[in-house]
Design a binder for this molecule. Structure first.
Ligand SMILES: [Zn+2]
Length: 253
């Protein structure tokens, strides 16, 4: 089975509601390749290794969470960016990217999928006042010590998280936002939860956690954002009958 590139983009735009978001990069088609898609490769970031793997798999398109053309980056197509785009164009492979829409989708988004994988119950949005909200508030079945919560995350994501204790209290009510959302710890504080989970950490995050009495868990930017794009790829495969292959290019951050 095949789907036309334009139909695929339209389907993704509609389902992920991409026009709801003011984002840091263009969402949707970023580099145009062949007009028919039979085989789709998904991945977290459109790095050279993912492109090389997609070429090897004879993919027609690549769908990622982290694409190109970020606000503030040098607009010139040179160096690393040239090599990546050159390979895509050479092999007629489209690059499709969705950033915030892929974090936020209520069932296939990174934040919803993280809750599924780790068995967390969603109870509300992380930022109730923000119409571009992407994270969630939620809770665990029963209270656990921070160290045990860390072990649950490690086994679910296959990666050891960094735990910053904000006191002695157990973890029951939580909030989370995948990726580089460590500064959203302030929104978690406003909710009064026991712990906040994101991907990365900054030096200042440690002080906020310790001084404001909230546990902070850095579970990995890549590790927390592997699941949304996979879910979307699986849905497209089931819905349009195309082949889908998720390729995980390891990233320790
Ligand atoms: Zn990210």
């Amino acid at each position: 089975m095949a789907i036309s590139l334009s139909e695929l983009i339209q389907k993704l735009d509609t389902t992920l509601e991409s026009d709801r978001y003011r984002d840091y990069c263009p969402n949707g088609l970023q580099v145009e390749g062949k007009s028919e898609i039979k085989r789709l490769v998904t991945g977290v970031t459109a790095c050279q290794s993912l492109i090389d793997a997609a070429v090897e798999q004879q993919a027609d398109a690549i769908l990622v969470h982290h694409g190109y053309f970020w606000k503030g980056e040098d607009a010139a197509i040179a160096g690393m960016k040239r090599r990546r785009i050159q390979k895509l164009l050479q092999h007629d492979i489209s690059l499709i990217a969705y950033h915030l829409p892929l974090d936020a989708h209520q069932t296939m988004g990174n934040n919803a999928r993280l809750a599924d994988i780790l068995g967390w119950k969603i109870t509300g949005p992380l930022e109730p006042q923000n119409r571009q909200n992407i994270g969630f508030e939620g809770e665990l079945d029963k209270p656990v010590a921070l160290a045990d919560f860390g072990k649950q995350i490690a086994s679910g994501l296959n990666r050891e998280p960094l735990l910053i204790a904000g006191g002695e209290h157990p973890v029951k009510r939580i909030a989370w936002c995948t990726g580089g959302a460590q500064d959203y710890i302030d929104h978690a504080l406003a909710l009064g939860v026991d712990a906040f989970i994101s991907g990365e950490i900054s030096e200042r995050t440690v002080h906020t956690a310790r001084e404001c009495g909230i546990h902070y868990i850095a579970a990995g930017h890549h590790a927390t954002e592997r699941y949304g794009v996979q879910a979307v790829g699986d849905w497209l495969a089931a819905d349009c009958g195309i082949e889908h292959l998720f390729i995980d290019i390891d990233n320790p951050v």
